[in-house]
Ligand binder design. Structure first.
Ligand SMILES: Cc1cc2nc3c(=O)[nH]c(=O)nc-3n(C[C@H](O)[C@H](O)[C@H](O)COP(=O)(O)O)c2cc1C
Length: 177
């Protein structure tokens, strides 16, 4: 039996993608913020939409530098990921404070986060909806993934302090009725 669900919590049902750590380099400093409001938009070239609040330092960094890296953390560093989502990089060097390693990226100036199993280097493709919805569309121009990590235990935000951890990978065959 379904019950009426508060509209303010609808996001926690749909927010299935992994929590990511979005890194930037701006005014000579590296920064990283945590983000779970993202969506795939196209396959190839891969386009990803990210909602970055204009209250965040990253908003300005992305607008000005037009690039970032979307890093995907696993459970092992989930505490650090959440910490990066609760303090602004305006005055804090989050890489240093939270013991994360900035790694040289291959195609963009923004650093990757070494501790993350995947890093998607992005260029800003479209910022037309940034003013209205804080929505940035990025094109992934280089993707680097540690493929030795089988079944990456990514974390998925379910609202507040609740997270779901991804489990084993299964295959589901399409069956005709
Ligand atoms: C699990 C989690 C998910 C978050 N998702 C988003 C998001 O999708 N968009 C956003 O703008 N902020 C999100 N935040 C908040 C930012 O990470 C936070 O405001 C951060 O301090 C911004 O850092 P900055 O000022 O260095 O850019 C999230 C925080 C957490 C902990």
């Amino acid at each position: 039996m379904k019950k009426i669900f508060p509209l303010s919590k609808v996001y926690s049902l749909l927010e299935a993608g992994p929590v990511v750590m979005l890194s930037t380099a701006f005014k000579g400093r590296n920064n990283v913020m945590t983000l779970s409001w993202h969506t795939m938009i196209d396959f190839n070239p891969p386009l990803v939409g990210c909602v970055i609040s204009d209250r965040n330092y990253t908003f300005e960094a992305v607008k000005k530098t037009r690039e970032c890296v979307i890093n995907i953390p696993t459970l092992e560093i989930a505490g650090k990921a959440v910490a990066c989502g609760n303090v602004s990089g305006r005055r804090t060097d989050k890489f240093s404070v939270f013991g994360l390693t900035p790694e040289k990226s291959a195609a963009v100036k923004a650093p990757s986060v070494k501790e993350c199993y995947a890093s998607l280097e992005c260029r800003l493709a479209d910022a037309r909806l940034a003013g209205k919805y804080n929505l940035f569309i990025f094109e992934v121009v280089k993707a680097r993934v540690d493929t030795s990590v089988k079944d990456p235990r990514t974390v998925h935000h379910r609202g507040g302090e609740a997270f779901m951890v991804a489990g084993r990978t299964i295959k589901i065959k399409s069956k005709m009725a």
